[in-house]
Design a protein around this ligand. Structure first.
Ligand code: TYD
Ligand code: MG
Length: 452
């Protein structure tokens, strides 16, 4: 019997070692190096070896390169198209990552059921019956969607050769295994090998492949980092499982910008595209409540109006509690210190709770002013007018700092019927004649004067 060949891989970064060691030299992580059985293939090819006689590449003048057949495939999903930069590029590999249960399988199944092409959905996680049951909830319109439950890449390619689908979806890359490698599915060497085979297949046949990838506890895509380097596009599907909103972002996109963002709502019948998120994120209520403020933020390139809620109350215990949902807790502490030092509010002995509604995580600094306004409003127990919103960053000395793309934010606020927006005096605004009043302020005291 041939000797079993093994190598050591770092489970974090994918570096390869001849023998075990405690720390990875490349990423400096401890105890991540694991032994895996490999068997270098004579020919790791998606088709029979004879089919792949590779032509030697020759340099071409850039203007001579033909891109006419690079037309993108429309996914018939406005949000998905937007994030990809206008549709799927033929021959591209797209990796979709996200927490378990967030809706990755639902999203891709839904897309394959909507497309008017021949699609192949390969699942290594669910049975054909389970997928059919899920598909029935979504209400399929594509009769050309094939479901295959298989995990061996060689068998998948065999089916692909006879079926010739226009698009292939793999759920998930961690369940695949290739005969050329002996280690178990989901290991670094398997993921690497299966992805390499899929890339080869995609590039040679110009068939786009969409992969689903699991993520680890700390939110990275499970498997080697090189997986993200190998594919053309990395999408992340995120959101709070207890909330209905899901956000699709591109972390890497070789064919478009990574600033675009797609928003979905999880319903009983699959995911619905949300084309006007601001209207849903702001709760519609008749009375004005203290502690609420609206921020005009940007998620990627999209303006989003988000509601910030604060509750300030006298601390019951010795150490006041500070808690923030959807907002950086350190930043909240900083803003509280600024309010204390620059505006003289005694918040040191108060509990402060902050919540961004809709389960969205915001890291746009332009939300600062709305956070400060909601804290002041709750502390003083005075409600802010409903039709006022904020878009500015607050600095350590209490100065109101300008934010990027302020005009886009102003226009969104105007569109949604706000009457006043607070922005920094230092923002250059070239908008003429707006229905919304643009209130320019330069320091935190100006805001205090308005709230109280
Ligand atoms: P799923 O797509 O399997 O998540 P993932 O592949 O990312 O692990 O399922 C997501 C959740 O969505 C599941 O818990 C049930 C729910 N769901 C709906 O609310 N409505 C639907 O129409 C479907 C198909 C699923
Ligand atoms: Mg799934």
């Amino acid at each position: 019997m041939a000797k079993v060949k093994t190598t050591f891989f770092c489970q974090n970064c994918g570096s390869q070692y001849a023998k075990w060691q405690g720390q990875c030299n490349a990423c400096k992580e401890w105890n991540t190096i694991v032994e895996e059985v490999i068997q270098t293939p004579e020919k790791s090819d998606w088709k029979s070896p004879t089919a792949a006689v590779k032509k030697a590449a020759v340099p071409l003048r850039i203007k001579d390169i033909d891109v006419s057949n690079e037309a993108r495939l429309d996914t018939f999903d406005g949000e998905f198209n937007r994030v990809l930069g206008g549709g799927i590029v033929p021959g591209s590999l797209t990796l979709l990552g996200g927490e378990p249960g967030i809706g990755k399988s639902t999203l891709l199944l839904q897309i394959s059921l909507k497309l008017p092409y021949k699609t192949l959905y390969v699942s290594g996680e669910e049975s054909q019956k389970q997928i059919k049951m899920r598909a029935e909830r979504i209400n399929p319109t594509n009769n050309n969607c094939y479901i295959l439950t298989e995990t061996k890449t060689q068998n998948i390619f065999k089916q692909i050769e006879t079926l010739e689908p226009d698009i292939v979806i793999i759920d998930s890359i961690q369940t695949l295994h290739s005969d050329y490698i002996e280690s178990s599915s989901g290991s670094i060497s398997q993921i690497k090998e299966c992805t390499t085979e899929l890339i080869k297949f995609a590039k040679e046949t110009a068939t786009p492949v969409l992969l689903i990838g699991h993520i680890t506890k700390d939110g990275n895509i499970a498997g080697p980092k090189i997986l993200e380097h190998m594919v053309d596009t990395v999408l992340q599907f995120e959101g709070d499982r207890n909330h209905v909103f899901r956000i699709l972002r591109a972390h890497k996109n070789r064919f478009g910008s990574t600033n675009e963002l797609g928003i979905y709502e999880m319903q009983g019948s699959g995911l619905r595209e949300v084309s006007n998120p601001s209207e849903i994120l702001i709760s519609k209520k008749d009375e004005e409540l203290s502690g609420n403020a609206i921020a005009a933020t940007l998620e990627g390139m999209r303006p989003l109006m988000i509601e910030v809620q604060a509750l300030v109350s006298t601390a019951v215990y010795g150490t006041p509690q500070r808690s923030a949902t959807g907002f950086n807790a350190k930043r909240l502490n900083m803003l509280l210190a600024v309010l204390e030092k620059r505006a003289g509010f005694r918040l040191g002995a108060k509990d402060v709770f902050l919540n961004i509604t809709g389960g969205i995580n915001v890291d746009d600094p332009a939300i600062d002013l709305a956070v400060v306004a909601s804290i002041l409003s709750s502390n003083e127990d005075v409600a802010l007018p409903k039709d006022v919103c904020f878009a500015a960053e607050v600095g350590l000395s209490g100065e109101i700092r300008p934010v990027q793309r302020v005009e886009q934010r102003i226009l969104e606020a105007e569109k949604l019927g706000f009457s006043t927006i607070f922005v920094s005096k230092y923002n250059k605004i070239s908008l003429k004649k707006t229905a919304i009043k643009i209130q320019l302020i330069s320091k935190i005291e100006d805001l205090v004067g308005f709230v109280i």
